[in-house]
Ligand binder design. Sequence first.
Ligand SMILES: [Zn+2]
Length: 386
Amino acid sequence: MGSLASDLADVPVVDNHCHSVERDQDQVDVATWRAYFTESPDAQTRAVDVASTAFYSRLTTEMAAFHELAADEEALLAARAEIDAVSLTGRLLQDAGVAALVVDTGFPDPAVALGVDELAAAGNCRAVSLLRLELAFQELVAAAATYDDLVDATRTLLGSARAAGWSGFKSVVGYRTGLGVARWDEDDVRAAFRAARTEVEATGAVRLGHKPLLDTLLHLAFTAAAAQELPVQVHVGYGDPDADLRLANPLLLRDVLEERAYRGMPLVLLHGCWPYVREGAYLAAVYGNAWLDLSYGIPFLSRGEMRQVTRAALGAAPASRLMYSSDGARVPELHWMGARDGRRLLGEALDELVTDGDLTGEQARRTGERILRDNAWTLYGFDAHH
Ligand SMILES: [Zn+2]
């Protein structure tokens, strides 16, 4: 009996949440390299402890096979430094069978990263971009003399986002003030605006962590997204300790999901909501506009833990509301290994469903294709793009 896991090896993926890679890939020593694979700000963890994670060990093994070398960090970094960033990215994306990328341009800084078109050309694939809401809000606050000006400018920018070429929005409110996006009295919002403006006047910029203001601007964004049927990706769960994981439970999005006016806005819960994957799967099961992203590059997990995430998602959510991603950023190895692991683990989890009599073999194959490719291809409108 052939296993489905191997059957999915030929399915091209749409990476529904990822970032660009840095333009310079060759100036990397071991400590710098290791730090790409942790969300910890702690120096010892970044330079030393990360090397003893299951994720990092697996990455080293996989890279050794790719470069046909021993699993030695120095040798592998020397081998990848021989290849320029565009060629390295192209080889890895093509080896991973990536058909399309949905790119959050908010990180890394576009000044040091390949442009979205360069990324697509390197990978011989399609790519669309998402507008990072909090960065746009910060620029709008910095430019707005009054709160009313800010509201007008926000509505204008976001209301024409699709026409301007954006394929969706991305929010990192989970990193800022938590996922409990609320409605606020206007007095509170105006006071928060004044506090943000004080920061602008003192420093020339603002890091928007003023909850009444950020929540209110997000409601404007959700209204604009619903009107244009633009997907909104929300960072959920795992991240650096800037994200208070206690405020990162996707169930906190209940008020947003309950709002009838937002039903036209697909809300994509990122990273399998890890560790809140069952909560995320539940939301995708009960709300018609909730989607669950399964990312296999970041969080930095073992294969066993990613298999559990995949099982939990398939166990409760409709497969029509699940999408593959890598969340790869800065180095292309994440996009590459994410695609390979995603296919493999999804295949294994689907095999279990066949063994259990939940799905026929044919249904399992079709489910794999939808999660890896077709759901995101449709949701982000790749057919409509050129
Ligand atoms: Zn991301």
